[in-house]
Design a protein. Sequence first.
Lengths: 252, 252
Amino acid sequence: MVCGMTYCLAMSLDDGLVFCADSRTNAGADRVSTYSKMHRFSFPRDRVLVLLSSGNLATSQAVLAQIERDLESSAEVNLKSGDYVSDIADYVGELLVKEKTKYSKPSGPDAGLDASATFILGGQIGEHAPELYMIYPEGNHITASKSQPYLQIGETKYGKPILDRIIRSDTHYVTAMTCGIVSLDSTMRSNATVGPPLECLFYARDSLEPHCRYFKLDENHPYLAKIRESWDANVRMAFDQLPNLDQVFANE
Amino acid sequence: MVCGMTYCLAMSLDDGLVFCADSRTNAGADRVSTYSKMHRFSFPRDRVLVLLSSGNLATSQAVLAQIERDLESSAEVNLKSGDYVSDIADYVGELLVKEKTKYSKPSGPDAGLDASATFILGGQIGEHAPELYMIYPEGNHITASKSQPYLQIGETKYGKPILDRIIRSDTHYVTAMTCGIVSLDSTMRSNATVGPPLECLFYARDSLEPHCRYFKLDENHPYLAKIRESWDANVRMAFDQLPNLDQVFANE
């Protein structure tokens, strides 16, 4: 069993949707193109869907394979059916539970195996507004909101404080993508199971285009080196300019 | 059962030891003085010991009570015995396992109860160098090192990136205490189970003084308000000055 820890996040902005993912383990196959943990499905002029996966790799790969088969066999429910992204989230949730249940035994030699996976699903169908969901291993899902415009899966905590400070629903998508990289980079620095290449994708509201802005930063990409160096120096400066603690001692 | 999530950290510096703790739940009693999750024991000219606790409150309180009783009854092993802080860590670890085991049932109605607690123990005994340990619920412990000068317990991840950037063993203790507050504050912002008052204590190497520098920041303490405001503004500025992402799009 490969259970690659990972870190993915997505944001629901006025501009559209931003997706960011690390890719320490390389896996996952999809219909249109393969972006490690970022799986993109587009059906011209009808819908664009992006799926980010974390958790048990066998489970998330099996779910992606089933999504593929259901499309090929034009199953009753598939990525092309449904009028809302939440319908697709229900569908992915069902596949997820089915797959997880196959391998989770209450007792015996394989008891305690954690075959669970978690997904983020975002996209737009026709003229409906873009939607963004986190799908739990149990199959249910929550959505982003105006006051909580981002969702995270995997190793989420290290990179949360910077998102809490910067991301609001009216944040510009370029700022949001930059913040996503900083959040991923902070996580990589503190946790060895998250690593480059980093992928970022922006889906522009109402475009129904597969990807409006996409980039991938390898370990040696000059921008990644530059942003790391710059962020490190800037945070140190931010820290050095904090009010002096001596005033607290003076009052004790 | 009260299982207060918490966040405590300690640093082993050339200057001495720094301890920081939040105190969302108010509990814990000790011999000399009560600092919510920060418990200080000092035996003039012989030893200074500081214990930070997280996890199951009943367990950590029971361990502290037993430490107290062993001191009063002059038990064979107590806080005053042993020549090294690691001896005390062994002793605390044993109390911890004993207490946890009482309430952890493999089956029955109370199965699955998590009665575990984790401690940080630091201090100095006589002429030996200051020592710092994290004591696991299983009773064993690890120490800090030159390359890993800090230890954390509880809700540790949100506040780790700033420590990774700032704390080294040659960091000045005032800088280290400031960084501890920023780390605690970042955690409070992202996680509601961690909260003020915040406590910080510095033990100066070879002083054998109970606390060389100590302060407590309540929710309304002007310095806490000031550092929050300043850190928020400075981090935003640090973020705004990052290299422009447009250069990446240009190359795609």
